[in-house]
Design a protein around this ligand. Structure first.
Ligand SMILES: Nc1nc2c(c(=O)[nH]1)N[C@H]1C(S)=C(S)[C@@H](COP(=O)(O)O)O[C@H]1N2
Ligand SMILES: [Mo]
Length: 313
């Protein structure tokens, strides 16, 4: 992993990204004013409101090839839109993500409701390139744009009782057809221990490949925890709650022997139904060895010092 020093005098990537890469909805709207509906001109998958504010190049990157944007946005899991990896792209396009607010609850001095645009305006946005390792043994390398989670949480002033942070996805079966069936207990819930949430690698992402997040990748706001299996990185967050007790989380409720509360990437601990020793990097033929903590061992192993990682999987 490369940790780069950020040069504050360098132009922000968003200042040097070719205009064509930018989703300037207002420009498209102006072009289409009058006769053609904006949605029709853009196609539903591009009709996401909201522009990505300027961001800087982040301090964390990788010298591995990026997974192509098409794979990242068309092959993934978002069970609210169906169980197949092609479902999110096919069914999430119409998700209304603007306006969008997040409710802050529980063990903190400043609970309330915060608007996503306000959140983005208040915090530093940067691009970071992270590995994503799905529990199903495929992986990608993804250029996220987002903010470090720690400073966001600190602004709500968690109390000394806050030992865990719980995140909840939107529950709206009208918009999310997958929620009309009992494949999982809805809404989707995930959680991090406070020190995991405060770790500088943990991000709240709002963008991908220099553009605002597409709905299928968890617009407008999703978690990214690169040393954990993908299911911990919960999408389309509407609630953040600080708790003293360990929260109950969706996949852990669904199948506790398969999906632990920590879900740290660990090639030495098999899933009960398959090995986790290797992974298929999307776009590559030969399998790769899965790395301890997904390659972030140096940064995060200390969080789990003294813990039995076979028991706390
Ligand atoms: N709300 C919600 N978040 C979710 C999921 C989901 O089904 N619902 N799937 C998870 C899983 S299993 C993975 S691997 C990642 C995949 O999406 P990404 O490629 O956009 O990270 O999202 C995670 N977040
Ligand atoms: Mo996953």
């Amino acid at each position: 992993m490369l940790i780069k020093r950020w040069d504050p005098s360098a132009p922000k990537p968003s200042e040097i990204t070719p205009k064509a890469l930018w989703l300037d909805r207002r420009r498209f709207l102006a072009m289409s004013a009058g006769t053609v509906a904006a949605g029709a001109l853009l196609g539903p998958s591009q009709a996401w409101a909201r522009n990505l504010p300027a961001y800087r190049e982040g301090a964390v990157t990788l010298d591995e090839d990026l997974t192509d944007r098409d794979s990242i946005t068309s092959y993934n899991n978002f069970y609210e839109f169906g169980p197949d990896k092609s479902d999110p792209k096919r069914h999430a396009a119409g998700l209304v993500t603007d306006p969008w607010t997040v409710t802050i609850e529980g063990e903190c001095a400043r609970p309330g409701v915060v608007d996503v645009d306000a959140l983005m305006a208040r915090h530093d946005l940067e691009e970071r390139i992270y590995r994503l390792r799905c529990v199903e043994a495929w992986s990608m390398v993804i250029p996220w744009v987002g903010m470090e989670l720690g400073p966001v949480l600190k602004a709500f002033e968690p109390t000394a009782n806050a030992k865990w942070v719980e995140f909840t996805t939107l529950f709206d079966p009208e918009q999310m057809p997958g929620q009309r069936r009992d494949v999982l207990p809805w809404p989707y819930v995930e959680a991090l221990r406070m020190d995991e949430a405060m770790h500088p690698l943990t991000m709240l992402a709002v963008g991908l490949y220099g553009e605002v997040l597409p709905p299928q990748n968890g617009a407008p706001l999703r978690l990214v925890v690169p040393w954990k299996y993908g299911f911990k990185s919960i999408k389309s967050i509407v609630k953040i709650r600080f708790t003293e007790e360990m929260p109950r989380t969706t996949w852990n409720i669904q199948a506790p022997s398969e999906y632990g509360i920590f879900a740290n990437v660990n090639p030495r601990v098999s899933h009960p139904r398959w090995s986790q020793r290797r992974e298929r990097r999307i776009g590559e033929f030969q399998r790769r060895e899965t790395l301890m903590f997904n390659g972030y061992e140096e940064q995060v192993a200390g969080l789990y010092a003294g813990m039995d990682l076979a028991k706390w999987y």
